[in-house]
Each structure stands twice: as structure tokens, then as C-alpha cells.
Design a protein. Sequence first.
Lengths: 323, 67
Amino acid sequence: MDDELDLWAARRAPRLLAQAEAQAVAVLRDALVKAARREGRDDPMPAPPDRPAAAPLPTGEIVWAYCVVRAQDAPPVEIEGVAGGRVERIEAHGLAALVGRVPAAHFTAEPLREHLNDLAWLEEVARAHEAVLQQAFAAATIVPLRLCTLYESDEGVRRMLDHERAMLIDALDRLQGLQEWGVKVIVDPERLAHAAGEASPQAATYEQELAQRTGGGAYMLRRRLERHVRERADALASDVAAAVHARLQDWAVDAVARPAQNRELSGHDGEMLLNAAYLVEAQRVDGLHALADELEDDHAHLGARIELTGPWPPFNFVEGAIG
Amino acid sequence: MSTSIVERDVALIDLVDRLLGGGVVIAGDITLAVADVDLVYLGLRALVTSVATAEERHLLPRMGNSL
């Protein structure tokens, strides 16, 4: 039932926010009109203060860059990209950048920053960028570029390919035949605390003492026991995360542990112990799934779930990624 | 519940983590600064919090009652 409520709430939220905003604007407008009328009885409406004219919106198109591939690999991308644009390629020195044209009015620095506050806009752009990357990645080794890498002209893209040639070629060689997979380990916090308590001789001692006490002494002892179990649970959480990460890391070509996701943002149930990315040979992906199943079974007593996402282009294994 | 906004949002956070936290950072005429990325996360969180607050204040009826 909670799930349904969450769902319903999430679906309603944008409309409720919009309604609230519209109401607030209406109230504000009424108040301003009233104030203006009151003043109007005595004085004529004051002239609006001189304001500098807003800078005109930039016109024309600029270049959105998706990823870099080897020129001979450059895969055809048939889908529409960001802002509905066709995906083209710009070649230089044996490399090709997949790019699209986007309206300058929305994608130059200032309007872009404003649009980023609009989650619906961000989501549309992020999904369009990702869809192009996925299609290219299905056919070739790619170096994904971070969202919102833009150039004023094709010449700018060629200059980038020229300047970054060594790094890009190195990355393309290194990433050949590899995929990124996301792995999250989520456990049931109550079962984690229970397991931590069970494993602690100190907790058992507290429990025994507690059975013999009453009143204030018992209260203090119970607080101490609870704190002890919390600490043991935190330690167990770190141990489990480290152990799972070590197994996967041994197995993968490369690995990056990232901060656990905020529960409010990800909506997961339970406690996320690990949020990591692994670079895996495309032919060995079955093995990754098998290992994840095995690790999930190993931690079944914690109610562990191991969630795999992928294959992703190697976002976390290129220069500049926040790993 | 195979297609839901909640699930879409879960995927969105994974996407944002990768598209804004990963990918090669390369000189462009326009690129996002770290501060811009932080703002995106703030925006995401504000949306989630406003839903939670509305729910707390019973602005949103509990769906279970009507089922």
C-alpha cells in the first residue's frame, strides 16, 4: 500500500506544485493590483522604473557532443538526439565525434543553467543523450562525454579531437570490448542489526545483565546495548560492502565504488551498503550475473538484494569521471 | 507495477549519477561546472522533499482508504 501511495504521490507532485505555484502567483497578483488601486486614488499610477533591456536570446544553432569513436567504427545512429536533432559525425585525425545541432536559445550557458532547474527538461535531455550513446555503444567502442558538452561550431569539435587525441585514443584502446555494470547491495536494516547483535559477545553480556536489572539501571543498560548494537551494525555494513566489492573487483577489469545513493532520491527500500561500477568484458557478463547471485545468497541472512544495472557505456572509467 | 513514475525516477537518479557524475570531462565552449551539477541534485531532492511534506500534512489523501 505504501508503494501505491508513493507512486500516486510522485505522479501528483508536479501538478500539485504547479497548482500551488499558480495559486501563489494569483494571490501575489491580486495583492499587487489592490495596492496599485489604493495608490491610484491619490496619485496616478507611477511610471514603471527604467530597466535595462534584457539581453536578446542568442539565435541559430550550436553543437551538442555525445561521444567519441574511432572514425572507421563510427556507427550509424538512426534515432533523434537531444532537442530532436539528427545525429551527425565530425571527423578529425582518425577520430569521430557524434554530435547534433541544438538551438542556441536554449543551450548557451545562461538558458542552459535555468533549464537545469526544470527536472522534466533535464530528464528529457538526459534520456535523449543516453539513448544516442546506447545505440552507438551497441555497435562500437565509445568514449562517452559528460552531459552538456557544447561547441559553438564544428571547428570547435575538430579542435577538441585534435587537442585530446592522445587521451581519446588511449581510452578507446583500453575500453575495447568492455562494458560498465552498476552493482548495488541493499540489505534489511533490522536483519543487519539482528545479525550484528548475534555476533557480539558483548551484546550477549549486556542482555544477561539486563535480565537481572530493573528501573533506572535497566534503562541505562538498555541504552548502552542499543548503542553497542548500532555500532556493530555499522561495522558489519562496512565489512559486507568491502567483502562484496573485493570479490567483484577481483573479477572485473576495473572497479569504482561510488557513494551510496540517497534513499529519498532512489526510492529503494532498506539500507544501501554498496553502490559501485565495474568494468567487465562483454563476453563474461554471464559470469557477473552468476557471481552477483552467489553473493546475494551468501548474505541472505541480511535480507540482501544485489541489483545489477547495465550494460552502460563506460561513464565511470574515463578521464575526469568522479570515481 | 511494471511501469511507474517511481521506477522511472529510480532510473533517472542512476542516469543523472552517470551522465553528470561520469563521462569524460573535456574542454567544450560550454560545459557544466560542479556547482551546476550540485544544483541538479538539490532540485531532485527538493522535489522529493516537497512530496514527503505534502504527504505528512495530509494534503495528499491516503490511497489505501479508498481501495
